[in-house]
Ligand binder design. Sequence first.
Ligand code: MN
Ligand code: MN
Length: 344
Amino acid sequence: MSKPRVSSPASAQRVSSAKNRRGRGGGARTILPDPRISPRFAGLVTFGRYPRFEDVSPENRPVDWAVFGVPFDGGVTYRPGARFGPRAIREESQYLKRYSLAHNVDVCERLSLCDAGDAPVAPYDCEANAKRVYEFARGFEDRRARLLALGGDHSIAYACIRAAHERAGSPKGGLAFLHFDSHLDTVDAVWGEKWGHASPFRRAIEEGIVNPRRMISVGIKGPLNSADDLAFARDHGVTIIPGEEAARNGERGLRAFVRKLGGAPAYVSFDIDCVDPAFAPGTGTPSVGGLTSAQALELVRSCAGANVVGGDVVEVLPDRDHAGITALLAAHIAFEIICLTTVS
Ligand code: MN
Ligand code: MN
């Protein structure tokens, strides 16, 4: 009997690197384990089976994207549990693959991708948590890397936007902002908490790190308390594509919006609750009548051409999920956000 081949992550990486190096321009930028040696259901779990940041070879540094988790749900106004989101998304990301049919690109050949682990969190304190996540993201070693956060609840977006703004050279007037959500998340405070998941964009706009005139919120439908819920965003010039319109032909509006940005650095924030709970039940503030998963993927793809400098996918709540479908969708949305930077 022949000796079985050991499929440690390191040996799998070596084998697959030879194969990957056949790529155009002399090398794959992201070395994935060879699925015929280390199958997708085996081995340690990282997002997309991308190497851990510390395992990225010198020739593939600096990385283009570092994916990291933010296991925090202290900012929720309704059902908790999104702190388990990053783990669930990583688990469901094992079946992501490297080629994007929509953009006709081998993403791992083009980009150096890695999993940077989880940011440190402060489970009892939203503001302290934001500080920790911000420090982690701001200080991330590869200065050129874009960061993609896996939530966690939406409160974590504030820290990630602030870090992205700084890493992009603190553009005057703030970042452009592509926001997918059922909710605007521009409430001033809930129960006196100004750093919860209802408020991240209020804080970001107040601070000037997001430019509301270059912000679009797609899929908005509430449920709302009153028309006043929309007032802050409208008064500050945020473009809103309501849920129904987003489902009908949100792509057109998004493409026009992205064209107008003219390459301004943009952040993408995707709250999974913009997708109908029939497709994405695992979330803390479910909102019926939302997008289908196919529509959500198309909407993100229609942001091609935007100069994406960072992003997040948030509000996955695995305890309310069924068969991992919400986390699976979140993994694919994250991949689509990464794909946008192969286009521009
Ligand atoms: Mn949100
Ligand atoms: Mn939401």
